[in-house]
Design a protein. Structure first.
Length: 220
């Protein structure tokens, strides 16, 4: 058991993830997501688009990258493909907070991670996370699955708060997603660099609409 990996994926790891819904709040306020069935459908769609083609694929590509230049190219592609300003700001703020929190942990410094943090002008969270996992020798499959579960759990927590849902409904939905996690990992094996950021346009639009909502609980 790698406790470092558990720690950096914990919901209490202080990078500010709880302040962002990444467009979910727009869906709820516009009446598109009203109950646990809608929430489950939304999460499945989110996992098979944004999560798979951006986050998980980025983790895979960075694991195979041979130099920082390749990693910065991946980071620039993600930034360019993130059309919603609030979401782009969010993933950059999370990246900065992740690096700041890691530095505060006083871990043994690794040259690869240090080089990335010093050279990246606008670190993106999933990229910073991936580079950290590589630099500290964390198992690829474990780092992938821990990230997938943590992000899914956080998105589900947002659903429970916004709709709102009973906590038991949230756990029912999360349990039903376990088989989706396996499917995602299988799909990921076939994806290549040209598939990066092949996202769902609808979610991007909802993320753009978020800044115009009359009232908001989340920053994105």
């Amino acid at each position: 058991m790698n406790f470092l990996l558990l720690q950096i994926n914990d919901t209490l790891f202080p990078i500010g993830s709880y302040t962002h819904s990444f467009g979910l709040e727009s869906y709820v306020q516009l009446g598109k997501i009203k109950n646990k069935y809608d929430a489950r459908d939304y999460l499945k769609a989110y996992l098979h688009t944004q999560m798979l083609y951006t986050d998980l694929l980025a983790i895979k590509l960075i694991r195979k990258a041979h130099c920082l230049e390749e990693i910065f190219e991946i980071e620039s592609i993600i930034a360019a493909a993130t059309s919603a300003r609030e979401v782009l700001n969010a993933i950059r703020k999370l990246g900065l907070r992740f690096i700041k929190t890691i530095n505060a942990m006083k871990l043994e410094q690794k040259a690869f991670f240090t080089a990335y943090t010093q050279a990246s002008k606008n670190p993106i969270y999933v990229v910073a996370y991936s580079v950290f996992c590589v630099a500290y020798g964390l198992n690829y499959q474990d780092s992938l699955c821990h990230y997938l579960y943590a992000q899914s759990s956080q998105a589900l927590t947002n659903c429970v708060k916004l709709i709102p849902l009973a906590q038991s409904d949230g756990q029912e939905i999360l349990a039903s997603l376990h088989k989706e996690f396996d499917i995602l990992c299988q799909k990921l094996e076939c994806l290549k660099k040209q598939d990066l950021c092949n996202n769902a346009i609808a979610n991007e639009i909802k993320a753009m609409q978020h800044q115009y909502l009359p009232t908001r609980l989340y920053m994105s």
